[in-house]
Design a protein around this ligand. Structure first.
Ligand code: HEC
Ligand code: HEC
Length: 196
């Protein structure tokens, strides 16, 4: 197949990728179990569960596959055990279509430190800036997670888990970053992002 044909095929797949039936299936799965922790709209009203509303679809599908295979460990292993690849894609689309939410800024001075780190990193300790990968608006990309509006506590836990290698799925980059962040920097960047 030449390149333009492959491109056309990909476009068709993207346009028709998730059918109404798949979305209805996703909705049924969410109403069946995911809503207990993540909310029907992905709003996750309890801060220990990550918000999924507005999260990027491919990132969600990939995390679900990683939970199913055991590459990423935790409560979710059991939740993802029965999901098919099509259902993972549909669940990604479902949550991605929900409007993201944000939090109030609770400590503006600390959040300002977090903002500095997000856009500049810390050149003295060799921390890369976050914006170069997670984006100017912290909205991520199709494969990289959205961080804006996420619960602070979840962000802190993930950064700690990347550091201690509790979270090992694709941790090459994030381990090296998280291992150089101080506790203050982790709190600060998480606070800034949760209110973004
Ligand atoms: C019993 C509570 C619970 C239920 C039910 C649940 N989850 Fe989760 N989910 C979690 C927790 C806790 C995490 C955080 C991962 C961790 O630290 O182990 C998580 C993480 C995730 C993530 C990764 C988010 C990120 O930003 O990386 C996705 C995607 C996800 N869940 C989707 C789902 C879907 C889809 C369902 C339904 C099939 C579901 N969850 C059901 C508790 C739950
Ligand atoms: C070179 C690119 C890169 C840079 C720079 C980067 N990240 Fe990441 N980050 C990633 C990738 C890739 C993942 C997702 C890994 C996966 O697929 O599981 C990720 C995941 C995360 C997660 C987990 C999100 C979730 O929903 O579970 C957090 C939190 C995070 N990054 C915070 C940061 C912070 C804070 C900075 C800056 C100090 C930063 N990242 C800089 C690439 C990067």
């Amino acid at each position: 197949m030449n390149r333009s044909l492959i491109f056309a095929a990909l476009l068709c797949a993207a346009a028709g990728g998730v059918q109404a039936a798949d979305l209805a299936r996703a909705q049924a799965i969410v109403a069946g179990k995911c809503h207990l922790c993540h909310g029907l709209e992905g709003e996750s009203s309890n801060a220990i569960y990550p918000r999924l509303a507005g999260q990027n679809p491919e990132y969600i599908a990939k995390q679900l596959a990683d939970f199913k295979s055991g590459r990423r460990k935790g409560t979710m292993n059991e939740m993802a055990a029965d999901l098919t690849p099509d259902e993972m894609v549909a669940l990604g689309q479902y949550f991605a279509s929900k409007p993201p939410q944000t939090h109030r800024v609770s400590d503006p001075d600390l959040a300002a430190v977090g903002k500095y780190i997000y856009y500049n990193g810390n050149k003295w300790s060799g921390v890369a800036d976050c914006a170069s990968c997670h984006g100017q608006e912290a909205a991520g990309t199709d494969k990289l997670p959205r961080l804006a509006g996420q619960h602070m506590r979840y962000l802190v836990t993930q950064l700690q888990d990347f550091n201690t290698r509790e979270r090992t799925n694709d941790n090459a980059v994030m381990h090296s970053i998280a291992s150089k962040l101080t506790e203050l920097e982790i709190e600060a960047v998480a606070r800034y992002l949760s209110a973004k």
